[in-house]
Ligand binder design. Structure first.
Ligand code: ATR
Length: 271
């Protein structure tokens, strides 16, 4: 019987996840169906219950439900525990729900495997201290960068977020205006400023010559942050398409035990 999966979010109509998972299924021969669910802002739990009740085997969870999914699941992976958010729900044999988070793995794989950017020993500036930044910190720190500096418009949130990860590596939080005394090898945008076409106010000169920028957001046109990176002379200014496909591949692996190839899917989605 065909196993059912879906992505749940609000809004959801522009999600590329159904297309990505359909490509993975075709490539691997896994017999799955993958839909999209417009989550009810008042009754996310009810939506999940209905999907699981109808035999659903797993969900991807996107904005704005990742924290609610974290609350809902019966057990959590270490990544999900640290991220404080769940983007992948696995329905276990006994009906219990396991929550995982594949976002950070997606970012790290895109940088290291797809683009050959080794994170070890690097100085990284992570802009933003919301859910998107929190979601990637553990996998980033596990690669042993020299330091991750979290810079946020609201400084206290950066300091608090860094505090959660001090045991995992070299990390500190600062206000946006204090983000650098020394330039960085990589600047990652984890803010939601791009949703309104903006770039966080970061000082010019925070990127080393030959440094890279990475926008966790993706759109068909170059994002405002990608354009900013190019203006700063970044050797590469990447957007989040590769991360999107890589996090999906990790979810697919968690559900099916099969690792799909991501390169052809990324190529196909790139306009
Ligand atoms: P998400 O879960 O997507 O990360 P969030 O928790 O609302 O969303 O966090 C949004 C992040 O983007 C925050 O770090 C926010 O900064 P503040 O904590 O100061 O609000 C940041 N952000 C949003 N718009 C921004 C802008 N125009 N300039 C700089 N930072 C911005």
């Amino acid at each position: 019987m065909t196993d059912k999966y879906a992505v749940i979010g609000n809004p959801i109509e522009h999600s590329k996840s159904p297309q990505i998972h359909a490509a993975f299924a075709e490539q691997t021969g896994e017999d799955i169906e993958y839909g999209r669910i417009l989550g009810d802002m008042e009754d996310f739990y009810g939506d999940v219950r209905d999907f699981v009740g109808a035999g659903g085997k797993g969900l991807n969870v996107t904005v704005p439900f990742k924290e609610r999914a974290w609350q809902l699941v019966n057990e959590r992976s270490e990544l999900a525990r640290h991220a404080g958010a769940v983007n992948t729900i696995i329905v276990l044999e006994n009906g219990r729900l396991r929550g995982d988070n594949t976002d950070g793995i997606g970012l790290v794989r895109d940088l290291e495997q797809n683009h050959g950017f080794g994170l070890e020993g690097k100085r990284i500036l992570l802009i933003g201290a919301g859910g998107a930044s929190r979601g990637i910190l553990l996998p980033l720190l596990e690669k042993h960068p020299q330091e991750v500096v979290i810079a946020n418009r609201t400084e206290s949130k950066a300091v608090d977020l860094a505090q959660l990860f001090t045991e995992q590596g070299q990390v500190r939080g600062v206000g946006l205006e204090h983000e650098h005394d020394e330039p960085f090898d990589l600047v990652i945008n984890g803010t939601s400023a791009g949703l309104s076409g903006k770039v966080p106010e970061i000082s010019a000169g925070c990127l080393k010559p030959g440094g890279w920028t990475y926008d966790m957001m993706y759109s068909n046109e170059p994002t405002a942050f990608v354009r900013w990176g190019l203006e700063q002379g970044a050797a590469k200014a990447l957007d989040g398409l590769g991360m999107l496909v890589e996090q999906a591949a990790e979810s697919f692996f968690l559900w099916r035990g099969v690792r799909p190839e991501t390169a052809p899917v990324i190529r196909h989605l790139r306009p």
